[in-house]
Design a protein around this ligand. Structure first.
Ligand SMILES: [Zn+2]
Length: 303
């Protein structure tokens, strides 16, 4: 097992400066929107226009080709090009099709993967947070799409992110614990994961989830890395932890249908034979398992 950080995370590759200080500068925002060099990502139901030729890329449009809709400042690049997201129906452009993060998040280049990840997260948050949680009044968009404000009581509401831990548990023989969740295809196996609860540290969440899901006490919880997972609004925080492989596994049937230890040879054999399927490269799970395994996994899904 390598000791380094996670080398590549599909949805943590954004390259733009988010220019957060410009979000409240209306003159700057107007000038940027009226600059024909500005590019707009149009998003609807989590999908944006993509082309696959010559390689997978977002199809961004100038502001005058964008639909009318909520407008969010996504960032600026080193050449001074400003990028906005707009919610609405995408224009018809030959050779393009709408695609979402699951389909193209791992295939897009760094800038585009970051743009789509940011826009998908904002679209979902705006769609599901239209009303003030204090008084129920419809809120208004502010700060170029990064705040909603209640016109009645003035309260500000910021985009929500739900932290979730995901952990690679190994035993003294450096075997890895893989499990199947209840909603997954019969052959899918991955590492354990769960949401962080209120009043809980990340390390406590790792220990609690492993205990709840398979009955194992863990120790030596170490942070590895993170990636946004706006499907719909999580931040996945990756960890390693150690457990005693001699303790009988006791899966909670509500959360885990199958759990077992795998050595590297056993995992390779099971993947080669098609008995189990690894998570796709989009997920932090796949990157954490590959870090332990020491390279690409056999028969990995394309995305
Ligand atoms: Zn209110």
């Amino acid at each position: 097992m390598t000791d380094g950080p996670l080398e590549w995370l599909a949805l943590a590759r954004g390259t733009l400066d988010r220019v957060a200080l410009n979000r409240t500068d209306d003159a700057w925002l107007d000038a940027a929107w009226n600059d024909p060099k500005t590019r707009v990502l149009v998003i609807q139901d989590g999908r944006s226009l993509v082309t696959y030729e010559p390689s997978p890329a977002l199809v961004l449009v100038p502001p005058d080709q964008a639909p009318h809709g909520e407008r969010w400042l996504l960032g600026a690049d080193g050449d001074g090009t400003v990028y906005f997201g707009v919610a609405g129906p995408p224009p018809a452009i030959e050779g393009t099709e709408p695609a979402g993060l699951r389909r193209v998040g791992a295939l897009l280049g760094d800038r585009d993967s970051g743009l789509l990840t940011h826009a998908v997260a904002l679209e979902h948050w705006h769609d599901t947070n239209r009303y003030c949680p204090r008084c129920g009044t419809e809120t208004r968009v502010a700060s170029a799409g990064h705040v909603r404000v209640c016109p009645k009581d003035g309260s500000q509401h910021f985009p929500r992110v739900d932290p979730a831990v995901i952990m690679l548990v190994t035993d003294e023989a450096d075997r890895v614990l893989l499990a199947r969740g209840p909603q997954w295809p019969a052959d899918r196996r991955s590492i354990l994961a769960g949401f962080v609860e209120p009043g809980e540290s990340l390390e406590q969440a790792v220990a609690r989830e492993v205990k709840e899901e398979v009955g194992l006490p863990v120790r030596d919880v170490r942070y590895l890395g993170s990636q946004p997972w706006p499907l719909p609004q999580s931040l996945m925080l990756g960890f390693t932890a150690r457990a005693d492989g001699g303790v009988p596994l006791n899966p909670d049937p509500e959360e885990i249908l199958d759990a077992a230890w795998y050595s590297r040879d056993e995992l390779r054999a099971a993947l080669d034979a098609g008995e189990i399927v690894a998570p796709g490269p989009l997920s932090i799970a796949a990157q954490i398992i590959m870090r332990w395994y020491g390279g690409e996994l056999p028969n990995m899904p394309d995305f």
